[in-house]
Design a protein around this ligand. Sequence first.
Ligand SMILES: CC(C)(COP(=O)(O)OP(=O)(O)OC[C@H]1O[C@@H](n2cnc3c(N)ncnc32)[C@H](O)[C@@H]1OP(=O)(O)O)[C@@H](O)C(=O)NCCC(=O)NCCS
Length: 169
Amino acid sequence: MTLQDRQGRPFRVRELCRETDRETVAGFYDAFEPKRAAQGLPPEGAFRISRWLDNILRDGTHLLVEEADGAVVGHAFLVPTDRPEVAEYAIFLDHGIRGRGVGTQVNHVAADVARSIGVRSLWLSVEPHNRAAVRSYEKAGFRFLPGTIYSPEAEMQLALEEEPVPAPL
Ligand SMILES: CC(C)(COP(=O)(O)OP(=O)(O)OC[C@H]1O[C@@H](n2cnc3c(N)ncnc32)[C@H](O)[C@@H]1OP(=O)(O)O)[C@@H](O)C(=O)NCCC(=O)NCCS
């Protein structure tokens, strides 16, 4: 799916292929700055990145964000939780593409994908001082779970049975 950032530059969101994209996504996280941007992720160093990818790529639905030239500039994923109808969501964008409305749009795409595979609710944890993340999640319809907002890692949820929140232009 091709979308446009706030300045009209195109970007593509597509499903990650575990067989062919593994090296590319490892390279994306290797170049990611700053490391440990959100809750200690992505981890530092090729070995830790590889171990983390082994873990998260084992399951779930993974989306890659690409610029027009095919460069991978983002990874967003929905992974199962111990509650069958709830998936955990996370997103990481290259610093060069942040602040252009891409994260908010990818959150909307991820919510649509989740709906299409029968997930009823997305859950995530976020450091409340991560304003870009919190704001991009709120704009996609996520809301804080009561009682968690003052925790070091607040929790947010998006109920997918509700009407989708319209994507901003
Ligand atoms: C979090 C992240 C995915 C957000 O994506 P993004 O494309 O940068 O965000 P958007 O451009 O869609 O901006 C979303 C909102 O946050 C606001 N925002 C962006 N950067 C901000 C900042 N540094 N401080 C405060 N608000 C900010 C934007 O203004 C926008 O709100 P608005 O439309 O009302 O103006 C991206 O910044 C990122 O990958 N960060 C590093 C990894 C990370 O923190 N992941 C989240 C894990 S919980």
